[in-house]
Design a protein around this ligand. Structure first.
Ligand code: ZN
Length: 192
């Protein structure tokens, strides 16, 4: 499957993975991802369980092609320990469903790299909205991650990402995916 926009919050886009907000349902003819965002990890346990169950249920639908956003954000959300626990549950769902993870990672790259080395997932883990430097991109690539770039990114980092590990995304941008891809040093060729 070829996807040109691996992560967007804009509904009704074709060739895009549309992020479902909690409680939203897929509409026929579109592709989606579903996950518990790190910022939502402060919710009470029963609400987290309800959301994880929703992600699990949605992950079985053919039009839900990825799990996420999920991840770890050191600057926002619950403690690192709680976020990591909720993330692990979603990594399990990703493996069960055999669908990739779309990752939101802020100041927690050592943690996410450690988790990937520990869990050895069969599914791609895609770091979305990457704005880091080339050294961090190289480290993520060595650990087997895929990287998705949006409106704002480091050009030198983009240059070190091989096309087959590179995705583009619109996220919340008002730019089109074509406009974002045109800013990249080479065309993304990674596919879900
Ligand atoms: Zn997003």
């Amino acid at each position: 499957m070829t996807v040109t926009d691996v992560h967007t919050h804009h509904h009704h886009r074709r060739d895009a993975v549309i992020n479902l907000a909690p409680g939203e349902l897929p509409e026929p003819g579109f592709l989606y991802s579903s996950g518990v965002h790190p910022w939502d990890t402060l919710l009470p346990d029963d609400e987290i369980e309800r959301r994880l169950e929703e992600v699990r249920r949605l992950s079985r639908l053919p039009e839900v092609v990825a799990i996420g956003e999920a991840g770890i954000d050191r600057l926002r959300g619950a403690s690192m320990e709680r976020q990591t626990g909720i993330f692990r549950r979603q990594a399990d769902i990703s493996e069960e469903a055999q669908k990739p993870m779309i990752l939101h990672v802020v100041k927690a790259f050592p943690e996410i790299i450690r988790l990937k080395r520990e869990l050895k997932p069969s599914q791609p883990w895609i770091v979305h909205g990457f704005r880091g430097k080339p050294e961090l991109a190289a480290e993520l690539l060595r650990a087997g991650f895929y990287i998705s770039l949006g409106e704002n990114f480091n050009q030198a980092a983009a240059a070190v990402i091989p096309p087959d590990r590179l995705f583009a995304e619109t996220d919340e941008s008002t730019l089109t995916i074509g406009e974002i891809a045109a800013r990249l040093p080479h065309m993304p060729a990674a596919t879900l």
